[in-house]
Design a protein around this ligand. Structure first.
Ligand SMILES: *Cc1c(COP(=O)(O)O)cnc(C)c1O
Length: 354
């Protein structure tokens, strides 16, 4: 049995809030006043504290630095039209976090630490949730192995933390994506479905090469044949082909909550949806035949970003003008209305922090 944890709160005596320009937020550069820190050792979670944001001290032999036992989540809180603060579907992130933890042989984090800690932290820093258009408070829960020992084995101790950052939009223009047919992000049996630090480390070099060719990001393909579309590495992909909204399915793909929400809305609106294998050839043929009418990336950081062009084997395929895309524009407007509390929350996705 997990024991019941009380959350100790130490408030800052020098808030940095007054220095924040909410009109000009770069992604992830400004961190809010407080952070949550929980320590795990001797087989149990020991302490949960909220303290002023600041540096942490660790041993150079902390095992996550060497062997990568490190996972994270990305969540957003919004300022509702009525002034309340609401977190978007954090239960889903909690569930996914614990799946990532299990795959990396790390302890799970109970709801009384993840969820109650999250609510207490956001309540304390509620004035950090930007009141400005298209802005939000990005929430980063993460956990890493802290045992000071160089042998390769599951760490005996871990730190779970939550930090938050007021952000504007991540991408401000439609994307140019390159289909990657050499490098691999994730293979069956691997860790592609988990949100762990290593998945990002391995993506940096191939992404840089694509950026040197003028692309923004990659479209990852399957490890075996590089013939099937997976995802964009920080966001999931969705395509409207004919009258159907399609998202690639594979065990290697991160199960995005934004994608899940968009598919649920599409179903509610009566659009046909499919989660299935999508070959690169099907996509290219569809673009050439004019039946791929919409394509976009979906993620907490990226929200919904239209794809303008897709590069494949040295050729660039142009998609329709994003401003004319019926479903993408409608669903983005709907999601924003829901998240900012301008319409009824008919799905029950907003967790209002009171
Ligand atoms: C976080 C993430 C996504 C998007 O997931 P959301 O839950 O919608 O934020 C997609 N792909 C990868 C690899 C990710 O890490």
């Amino acid at each position: 049995m997990e024991k019941v944890h009380s959350i100790e709160v130490e408030q800052t005596t020098s808030s940095r809030l007054a220095q924040v320009d909410f009109e000009n937020l770069k992604f992830g550069h400004i961190l809010s006043d407080h952070m949550l820190v929980a320590e795990y050792n001797n087989g149990a979670w020991q302490s949960v504290k909220i303290v002023p944001y600041g540096n942490i001290v660790m041993s150079p032999s902390s095992s996550f630095i060497h062997y990568g036992q490190s996972i994270f989540e990305g969540i957003k809180a919004y300022k509702l039209e009525n002034g309340d603060v609401s977190i978007f579907r954090p239960n889903q992130n909690h569930e996914r976090f614990n799946k990532s933890a299990a795959r990396l042989e790390m302890p799970t984090v109970p709801a009384e630490i993840f969820m109650d800690g999250l609510k207490t932290l956001i309540d304390l820093d509620r004035d950090w949730v930007p009141p400005t258009k298209d802005a939000s408070l990005y929430i980063r829960p993460f956990m890493f192995a802290t045992e000071a020992a160089l042998g390769v084995h599951p760490s005996a101790s871990y730190t779970f933390m939550i930090i938050t950052s007021p952000v504007g939009s991540y991408y401000n223009k439609p994307l140019r994506l390159k289909v990657e047919t050499h490098y691999t992000r994730a293979a069956n049996g691997g860790v592609g479905f988990s949100k762990n630090a290593g998945n990002y480390a391995l993506s940096l070099h191939p992404t840089k090469l694509a950026q040197e060719e003028g692309f923004d990001q990659l479209i990852w393909t399957d490890a075996k044949e590089h013939a099937y579309i997976e995802e964009a590495g920080t966001a999931n992909l969705l395509f409207r082909i004919g009258d159907t909204l399609i998202t690639p399915s594979a065990e290697t793909i991160l199960r995005g909550i934004t994608r899940l929400s968009i598919m649920a809305i599409a179903e509610k609106w009566g659009l046909k949806t499919e989660s299935r294998k999508v070959s690169v050839q099907e996509l290219i043929d569809g673009i050439e035949a004019g039946i791929v009418t919409e394509a976009f990336a979906a993620g907490t950081a990226a929200t919904l970003t239209p794809i303008a062009e897709i590069g494949f084997q040295g050729k660039v395929y142009k998609l329709s003008d994003p401003s004319t895309r019926e479903f993408s524009n409608k669903v983005l407007a709907y999601l924003n209305d829901l998240r900012y509390g301008r319409i009824e929350d008919e799905f029950g996705w907003n967790l209002v922090v009171d």
